[in-house]
Design a protein around this ligand. Structure first.
Ligand code: NAP
Length: 263
């Protein structure tokens, strides 16, 4: 049989929102597997620091980017080509999830969520897909959606849930369009994952550390596998979707939630 079906040595990847949380978990797995990774994030200084800290075997580079900017996709493609000379893998991970109940919804918050989580993801995908198509040879696009694309997890996330539902349908639609070019487009639906971003609302809630721990335990008790997810739980699946192991999958949503949607 020869080489591993998960071999990505020498492939070049862009990971958006790559400095922390799930994004950084994905960066680490891809670099460890031998891919060259462009860490793209709003926080350019931290992205550069992360890139210099990672030891390989894959190479790393960084770029400061807001994925909702009109030219974000083109900027990411040229930064990746400058550093690594190809774009083979895109992981669309950057996303925000502000609590904002619909009865008090602010249009600016709604629009920002859609601009980053859905429109930004779509147009970054467009620029990367154009590059992959013109070069030939296919590629892999992995979108980080959410279980909220399938089922709202709590009150206050109408904008977020709408954006992630959009990511799911965009994934399917783009997969249909790009299949003939050998480009696989798939999505992951994480459940509750321990990240800097998911911890922030709890930390700003005024709860004591004991109260926060109790709340996390209560949340975990509703998960069949009895624990919150870690970024690496998602990163391992992203690695699979970025590798030849998933060559005959496209337009799929892989739920990685410890069984949360079952309960
Ligand atoms: P996180 O800890 O908040 O990290 C997100 C990273 O993306 C941060 O570095 C952030 O930079 C960056 N970012 C935000 N807006 C950006 C933009 N416009 N352009 C470029 N970078 C941007 O998030 P996470 O919890 O790892 O979540 C990552 C993805 O997984 C999101 O799409 C999220 O919806 C999805 N997800 C997360 C969970 C969960 O439980 N954590 C569950 C389901 C789905 P700044 O910090 O500078 O803003």
């Amino acid at each position: 049989m020869g080489t591993s079906p998960f071999e990505i040595t020498g492939k070049s990847a862009i990971v958006t929102g790559g400095v922390m949380g799930i994004g950084f978990g994905v960066v680490r797995r891809l670099v460890e597997a031998g891919a060259n990774v462009l860490i793209a994030d709003l926080n350019g200084d931290l992205a550069a620091q992360r890139a210099s800290e990672l030891g390989g075997p894959g190479k790393t580079a960084s770029v400061a980017i807001d994925v909702s900017a009109v030219d974000a996709g083109e900027m990411l493609v040229s930064a990746c080509l400058e550093n690594f000379s190809s774009v083979d893998i895109l992981v669309n991970n950057a996303g925000i999830y502000p609590m904002s109940p619909m009865l008090g919804q602010d249009r600016g918050v709604w629009q920002r969520v859609i601009d980053i989580n859905l429109t930004g993801l779509a147009f970054v995908s467009k620029a990367v897909a154009q590059q992959m198509v013109s070069r030939g040879g296919g590629g892999k696009i992995v979108n980080i959606a959410s279980i909220d694309a399938l089922h709202p997890s709590m009150v206050g996330l109408a904008a977020y849930d709408s954006s992630k539902g959009g990511v799911l349908m965009f994934t399917r639609s783009l997969a249909l369009e790009l299949g003939p070019h050998g480009i696989n487009v798939n999505a992951i639906a994480p459940g509750g994952i321990n990240t800097e971003g998911s911890a922030a609302p709890l930390q700003g809630s005024g709860m004591t550390p004991e109260e926060m721990e109790a709340m996390v335990e209560q949340f975990a008790a509703a998960i069949p596998l009895r624990r919150m997810g870690e970024p690496d739980d998602i990163a391992k699946v992203a690695l699979f979707l970025a590798s030849p192991g998933s060559d005959y999958m496209t337009g799929e949503l892989v739920v990685v939630d410890g069984g949360r949607l079952l309960s």
